[in-house]
Design a binder for this molecule. Structure first.
Ligand code: UDP
Length: 143
């Protein structure tokens, strides 16, 4: 299995619930390392750009509005099979369908406000990491 990097976002609902630490601890328990992190409050234009792939979907405007209701925590996770592993830890998009013990089962209330984002493949991971972080903000672990 290859060591991968993936982009994770703790969305405004989970930041407001004060569970950043609990979510980080789930990443760490599963062997994912945080190699970059920043808290920021996205502008509408930034949120629209980030979710541009969903522009034609009926939920696009509500999604963008939700993502700018408060700060988000963006991080790059690194580890074996990190992209799929993060999606497993997150659980299904709809928290009602998310497996017990996943982040969305435990912290999300609805498909619209579902606590976390995670890249869904290697290409999107590279694009999404570059959206939030400059190359020199990524900190590979050397020890
Ligand atoms: N979303 C929504 N309503 C829907 C489907 C998706 O509000 O009916 C939002 C939700 O926040 C989701 C995001 O759009 O996380 C992106 O959707 P996607 O299908 O890519 O799910 P994800 O990869 O986040 O599990």
């Amino acid at each position: 299995m290859a060591v991968e990097r993936t982009l994770s976002i703790i969305k405004p609902d989970a930041v407001a619930k004060n569970v950043i630490g609990e979510i980080y601890s789930r990443f760490e328990k599963e062997g994912l390392k945080i190699v970059a992190a920043k808290m920021l409050h996205l502008s509408r234009a930034q949120a629209e750009e980030f979710y541009a792939v969903h522009k034609a979907r009926p939920f696009f405007n509500d999604l963008v509005s939700f993502m700018i209701t408060g700060p988000v925590m963006a991080q790059v996770l690194e580890g074996e099979n990190a992209i799929a592993k993060n999606r497993e830890i997150m659980g299904a998009t709809n928290p009602k369908e998310a497996a017990p013990g996943t982040i969305r089962a435990d912290f999300a209330v609805s498909i619209d406000e579902n606590a976390v984002h995670g890249s869904d493949g290697p290409e999107t991971a590279a694009q999404e990491i570059a959206f939030f972080f400059k190359e020199n903000e990524l900190c590979p672990r050397t020890r």
